[in-house]
Ligand binder design. Structure first.
Ligand code: GYE
Length: 311
């Protein structure tokens, strides 16, 4: 006979642990989804989540982390807005024996200052985007404009590098302009407007590489307003695969996106539960998958799937 206890989910046995989550903000659709997935997953596991929105500022994140340490939380999730400047506060968490899990971005700090990092291979994402464009252009001359993410963020540095590496052996593909759009739709639109203006109303631009979908979606608006066809006159490749981007690709207004799961909390909490239970050390890097979506993919199915995922 099965006892009632056997039928209970494993998480129901967990002591009521408290986790502080220092989130960057809500600059993109992807990030808003990461926040809602994290909150829902914590609830399901019986974890009390203390959520702090840093409004894009590292100083707010440092303050939030110090607050979590003072409250004696059982773990801290940190999505670090920029890569540098974390040694001191992460050292304070370590001294207090509070494990820190990095979410979706990495830090330039000794790796004994955090338990693990749950991220995709962000250099690879840039490579996948660059390889896609290389194939699409197949030796034809192509001037690219690049919308970078937040300056100093590990993902910005990595996505820039990966793309540059991929096109290094394709002299036909040239990055003619590159500027930050801070991962937001509004900045993506504004910066794209300036690119279009500077490049003969957009006629001298062959393709846009955006470090995230939200900036690409803002740029699509700018391209339309300039009287050009996004996805045709200017090809577009970006990263995240938010629902609106799947719609844009399905409608031929964008070309490709590299998928990034917003579920970083699932692997993070699973690693923490094992650590709390018996000190099990996770690997230093828990890598999530990267999948390329193009106009040949089933973007409507992806759109529906995403809608159920916290977006
Ligand atoms: O791609 C972007 C967000 O850090 C991986 O941050 C994350 C990135 C994501 O704002 O949309």
């Amino acid at each position: 006979l099965l006892s009632a206890a056997v039928l209970m989910p494993a998480s129901a046995f967990a002591a009521n642990e408290t986790v502080g989550f220092s989130q960057i903000g809500s600059e993109s659709g992807w990030r808003a989804a990461e926040t809602s997935v994290t909150k829902a997953d914590a609830k399901e596991r019986g974890i009390t989540l203390k959520f702090a929105d840093a409004q894009q500022k590292q100083e707010n994140q440092i303050k939030a982390i110090r607050g979590f340490i003072a409250q004696g939380v059982d773990a801290i999730l940190l999505a670090p807005v920029v890569a540098t400047g974390w040694d001191e506060v992460l050292g304070e968490a370590k001294d207090a024996d509070i494990p820190v899990v990095l979410m979706d971005r990495k830090v330039d700090a000794p790796d004994d200052l955090y338990l693990t990092a749950v991220t995709s291979d962000t250099v690879h994402e840039g490579e996948v985007a660059g390889d896609w464009l290389k194939k699409a252009e197949d030796g034809k001359p192509c001037n690219v404009v690049e919308l970078q993410g937040t300056t100093g963020a590990s993902v910005t540095i990595d996505r820039k590098k990966g793309f540059a590496d991929a096109i290094a052996d394709a002299p036909n593909i040239k990055i003619i302009r590159s500027q930050t759009g801070d991962f937001t739709r509004s900045q993506g639109k504004i910066v794209m407007e300036s690119f279009l203006k500077a490049e003969n109303g957009g006629k001298d631009i062959c393709a846009l590489y955006a470090h995230n979908d939200d900036m690409a979606l803002g740029a699509i608006q700018a391209i339309k307003e300039a009287g050009l066809k996004p996805g045709e006159d200017i090809k577009i490749v970006s990263v995240d695969s938010v629902p609106d981007m799947h719609l844009a690709i399905a409608h031929g207004q964008s070309n490709a996106t590299v998928e990034l799961t917003p579920d970083m909390a699932g692997p993070a909490f699973t690693a923490l539960e094992a650590y709390w239970k018996d000190g099990t050390m996770p690997p230093k890097w828990i890598q999530t998958k990267s999948t390329l979506y193009t106009q040949d993919s089933d973007n409507m199915a992806a759109y529906e799937r995403k809608k159920d995922l916290g977006y």
